[in-house]
Design a protein around this ligand. Structure first.
Ligand code: R5P
Length: 281
């Protein structure tokens, strides 16, 4: 039985289709004081696979409740698929007094499951924070599927850390070159500065590839640099379209042709599914 959280219903349904497994219909209610109540149908002796992205604080509560609920109704084994692992970027205490948030969340999740599956976590080292087996899935190749025919394409990451993802998308597309910019984020203000590489971009189609688009600052600054250098079309592709606040407007204003994301976070731009990558793990 596959058990979706309220935020991962489309991905969980696609995963159920891919695997031929039954999709459960949990209910999500709220007490009058605002507290959440996630409930599941009974499934004595079955393997429960919870699919729950953690893109906001309430998602975490749902995930922990679903883990407890499936055990309560008799699940023998529990697998927890976290398509988007929130808090993964706070993987160290950057200043005295700060928590290692990723570790705190991983420990909480570890108490309610037998194994964990993560899709492109921000840093793979985050798996060490879990107290049980963790499988990491790479869904980057799917981002090439919706791309139209491109002219002399360049697959570019905003910094070196995402070049592997850009290369995977290029390989899945079948042609093109890869490169990366350099990024500096001011730790106090969070503002982003992009230093371009000397890769020629004039009159080319460029696909900017990153693991996450959160506030959209990294992506929009990268697009602005490309526009200043005479790029033809710019596509923004990411595994996890957090797209917080005004991120979509930032990207549109910067001149993006199209935003392509997976369904690890279900957004209007979630054109491709991570379900196959999870099913084939
Ligand atoms: C950071 O290292 C990540 O790879 C992304 O570049 C970052 O999370 C994007 O954040 P934002 O959209 O807020 O600039």
């Amino acid at each position: 039985m596959i058990v979706p959280s309220s935020g991962s219903q489309t991905l969980a349904a696609t995963f159920a289709d891919e695997t031929g497994r039954t999709l459960a219909t949990p209910t999500f209610e709220r007490f009058s004081d605002g507290e959440l109540l996630a409930s599941v149908p009974g499934f004595e002796g079955e393997v429960a696979t919870i699919v729950a992205s953690t893109a906001n604080n309430e998602d975490w509560i749902e995930l922990l409740q679903l883990q407890d609920a499936v055990r309560e109704v008799g699940a023998d084994e529990v697998t927890t698929v976290i398509p988007y692992l929130g808090y993964a970027r706070q993987d160290k205490a950057f200043k005295p007094g700060q928590p290692v948030s990723a570790r705190a969340m991983a420990r909480a999740v570890s108490t309610g499951t037998d194994r964990v599956v993560l899709v492109n976590p921000h840093e793979e080292a985050v798996r060490e924070f879990f107290d049980l087996p963790v499988t990491v899935v790479d869904a980057a190749g799917t981002l090439a599927d919706p791309l139209p025919e491109l002219s002399d394409p360049l697959f570019l990451s905003p910094d070196e850390s995402a070049i592997d993802i850009a290369e995977t998308v290029r390989d899945a597309y079948g042609s093109g070159s890869t490169d990366y910019f350099e990024k500096h984020r001011d730790p106090e203000s969070g503002s982003v500065e992009i230093t371009p590489s000397d890769a020629p971009v004039a009159d080319r189609d460029v696909v900017v590839v990153d693991d996450i688009i959160a506030t959209g600052s990294t992506m929009s600054k990268s697009i602005t640099v490309l526009e200043e250098r005479g790029v033809d079309r710019v596509f923004a592709a990411c595994i996890h379209p957090v797209l917080a606040s005004n991120a979509v407007s930032k990207l549109r204003s910067a001149g993006v042709e199209r935003i392509i994301g997976t369904d690890t976070i279900e957004r209007a731009c979630s054109e491709v599914s991570a379900a196959s990558a999870i099913a084939n793990r």
